[in-house]
Design a protein around this ligand. Structure first.
Ligand code: 0WE
Length: 258
């Protein structure tokens, strides 16, 4: 049975009710986990209110601002986790960002600054979060991140995000190798395209979804709930022998050659 009672889970990357992180948080809560939620703070506090109202039914024990480019906020996050829980069992990383200009046009036109931003927020953030969680994962743990096929194959316009996801997937392997001795598992879920705040900001997402519906073995896209169920599996004892893996939750799209 999938049982996360008595487990503490820190979930990053919830922006609204379409977020994949929201689908994951709901499944972890349904399995009995005690949740901590981080949100990306903005100047007007709009995100704080929006995410707070959304997650209220899940009764999170922690609700914290976290911009992963802010080392001070990163330290405060784990101080708060330590004070509230004393340990952490589950870390869910659902964060990515590239400048919009870098998600269209020629990849070769990517600026140094744009490259650094995408890699810092989308890939390095897993390293820094894992490093913060490691000393608190005293009873072992599970770290799960979200990736995309554009990190292993060329997807038009995904551009610098593809390089960031390639780095993220390699982070999963190096972190899994290091942390296995502490019974901390690290895995990634490669989700098929889903309409979210991030993907809807990108031109052509509906065409991509129609393409998946045509090609994928299951003949449809996946849902936030399906990604959430797989994340709950990877966070639970049901997957105790799995680490360093990228698991595709994409209706089988990635196996097709034509
Ligand atoms: O990883 C992603 C989304 C990543 C993303 C999206 C945005 C849009 C708004 C990162 N940064 C930004 N920055 C913005 O300003 N996906 C897997 C969804 C996605 O994004 C694409 C896709 C797909 C699929 C971008 C181009 C082509 C396909």
């Amino acid at each position: 049975m999938l049982d996360l009672t008595g487990k503490t889970a820190l979930v990053t990357g919830i922006a609204n009710n379409r977020s994949i992180a929201w689908g994951i948080a709901q499944q972890l809560h349904a399995a009995g986990a005690d949740l901590g939620v981080t949100y990306l703070p903005d100047a007007k506090g709009k995100m704080e209110k929006k995410v707070k109202d959304l997650v209220e039914p899940l009764n999170p024990s922690l609700f914290l601002p976290l911009n992963v480019q802010n080392d001070e906020q990163m330290a405060e996050t784990f101080q708060a986790v330590k004070a509230q829980w004393g340990k952490i069992d589950i870390l869910v990383h659902c964060l990515a960002f590239a400048n919009r200009d870098d998600l269209t046009g020629d990849f070769s036109a990517t600026s140094r600054q744009g490259f650094q931003t995408a890699l810092d927020i989308s890939a390095y953030s897993l390293v820094s979060l894992a490093n913060g969680a490691k000393p608190l994962m005293t009873e072992g743990g599970s770290i799960v991140t979200l990736t995309y096929l554009g990190g292993v194959r060329v997807v038009p316009n995904y551009n610098v995000m593809g390089i960031a996801k390639a780095a993220l997937e390699m982070n999963v392997r190096y972190l899994a190798s290091e942390m296995g001795a502490h019974n901390i598992r690290v895995n990634g879920i490669s989700a098929g395209p889903i309409r979210t705040l991030a993907s809807s900001a990108v031109g052509g997402i509906l065409d991509m979804i129609h393409h998946v519906e045509e090609i994928a073995p299951l003949g449809r896209t996946v849902t936030q709930e399906e990604v959430g169920k797989t994340a709950a599996f990877l966070c639970s004892d049901l997957s105790s022998g799995i680490t360093g893996q990228i698991l595709y939750v994409d209706s089988g799209y990635n196996i097709m050659g034509m």
